[in-house]
Design a protein around this ligand. Structure first.
Ligand code: AMO
Length: 437
């Protein structure tokens, strides 16, 4: 492979999306990747793509330098190039202008052809795509997914900033588990064993003591043994935690966060006509108690369910539940140690899940805020309380009543865009079978 020509002091003046017939006659510099080259003897057409779309280059014999024409004609698709030239209004060209080049620099010649073309909308095998994710992520549905995700993150952050929340970052290398249900990834921490954090749970709770309202957008690590389209080993969680409120207040906030996310995706789709989403209704998000749904399963189906069982996705489907809804007041038994019991019913917790159809998008709760109760819960779950000495100690300094939740960003994006596989809501998915690229 030839060493690439340097970028030198040449810089892009316009993106493809800036192309406009009004530029006619102006000198422009565009940069991107060769998408296609067609040569008809004395004239060569090349399409260069940047992150905003295609731009057409037209090199005619007698108008453009012969060497330049030869290099353009031979340019391999996917090579990255810089082109300087004169913009010329043309009804046939994308954006209504083509570029008559007077300089072409091959910044990096492609030496391989990807197994699929990024212009292809559907590529059947996701593993083929994931193997060449750098090219796959150029495909239009994915560019829109991550464009919409950026819009969602901005809207969610703005919601928190506008409501007095402090953005926190908590340690991802930790000494002990917080979420009972899923397994931990062990790591070496100098000469000790440590783990990748399953959630910011205990830190976000402690941080309500100083900041009252906190949120974090960060990775959570779950050694999920299951191969599904809804589980990742590394996911992004939008966590919030707030002092002096309970789970009902957090449900209100969760509903508002989801509304803002839906609004952001709607605006994104309006600005980007190539993206069309069936955005779920977030105006009225109904709330059902676990008791109510368990009763309906008993009355309306032939399924056998015991009080306290988890509500399987297939059971929720049987009830015809779709769109967004909350399930509240879950049985206490399977809940993590930090979840608070309901005052008037010790079997039930002050907790909720936000669902989209049969997919859980978020779970949250009011937290235990008395030290002894927390320690008792830990013991009942067979946990070593000594490993949580610092956390328990924090509760001796006036831990306020508090509540919070975690929203899975990838699952939220699946709901907003109607994406069926969680791997396409993350850049480089990690799962049981995949640790590369
Ligand atoms: P939970 O374990 O329910 O709660 O996680 C919260 C949300 O994170 C997302 N999520 C996942 N997404 C993809 N792959 C996974 N393996 C995965 N695991 C979880 C889901 C889920 O609803 N500490 C509590 C939250 C809290 O109470 O504040 C917790 O972690 O969307």
């Amino acid at each position: 492979m030839e060493p690439p020509e340097g970028l030198g002091d040449i810089r892009r003046t316009h993106l493809s999306s800036d192309m406009d017939p009004a530029l006619d006659g102006e000198e422009v510099v565009v940069m991107g990747w060769v998408a296609a080259v067609r040569s008809h003897g004395n004239i060569t057409f090349a399409t260069i793509r940047d992150r905003t779309g295609p731009v057409q280059i037209v090199a005619k014999k007698g108008v453009c330098d012969d060497d330049l024409r030869t290099i353009l004609t031979k340019a391999k698709p996917h090579s990255s190039v810089a082109v300087r030239g004169r913009a010329s209004a043309s009804a046939r060209a994308p954006g209504g202008v083509e570029i008559i080049p007077n300089m072409l620099r091959v910044l990096s010649a492609a030496s391989r052809t990807p197994p699929f073309e990024p212009a292809t909308v559907t590529v059947p095998n996701i593993d083929t795509r994931l193997e060449v994710r750098c090219i796959d992520l150029r495909r239009e549905p994915l560019r829109h997914m991550f464009g919409a995700r950026t819009a969602v993150l901005r809207a969610v952050r703005e919601y928190f900033y506008g409501n007095g929340f402090t953005e926190i970052s908590t340690p991802k290398m930790i000494a002990s588990a917080t979420e009972g249900g899923s397994a931990l990834f062990p790591i070496f921490y100098y000469d000790k064993e440590a783990f990748l954090a399953q959630s910011p749970q205990l830190y976000k709770e402690q941080l309500t003591m100083s900041f009252e309202r906190v949120f974090e957008v960060s990775p959570i690590f779950r050694a999920e043994p299951s191969r599904t389209n809804r589980h990742l080993a590394e996911a992004i969680s939008i966590d919030m935690e707030e002092a002096f409120v309970d789970y009902n207040d957090i449900m209100d906030r969760t509903a508002e966060v989801v509304r803002r996310a839906a609004g952001a995706v709607g605006e994104y789709a309006e600005r980007n006509p190539g993206s069309k989403y069936d955005i779920p209704d977030t105006v009225d998000i109904p709330r059902y108690t676990y008791e109510e749904l368990a009763g309906r399963i008993h009355d309306e189906t032939d399924l056998h369910m015991e009080w306290g069982d988890d509500l399987h996705p297939s059971w929720l489907r049987r009830l015809g539940l779709d769109g967004m809804y909350f399930i509240t007041d879950w049985p206490m038994g399977p809940k993590p140690f930090y979840v608070k019991t309901k005052q008037d019913d010790p079997r039930v917790s002050e907790s909720f899940d936000l669902m989209w159809g049969d997919l859980e998008l978020s779970s949250g709760s009011t937290r235990m805020n008395d030290r002894d109760g927390l320690e008792r819960n830990m013991r009942n779950k067979g946990m070593k309380t000594a490993s949580f000495a610092h956390h328990l100690e924090a509760f001796e300094y006036g831990m306020p009543p508090h509540a919070g939740c975690g929203i899975g960003l990838e699952r939220l994006m699946m709901a907003m865009t109607g994406t069926g596989n969680i791997r396409d809501a993350t850049f480089y998915p990690r799962d049981v079978d995949r640790l590369t690229p």
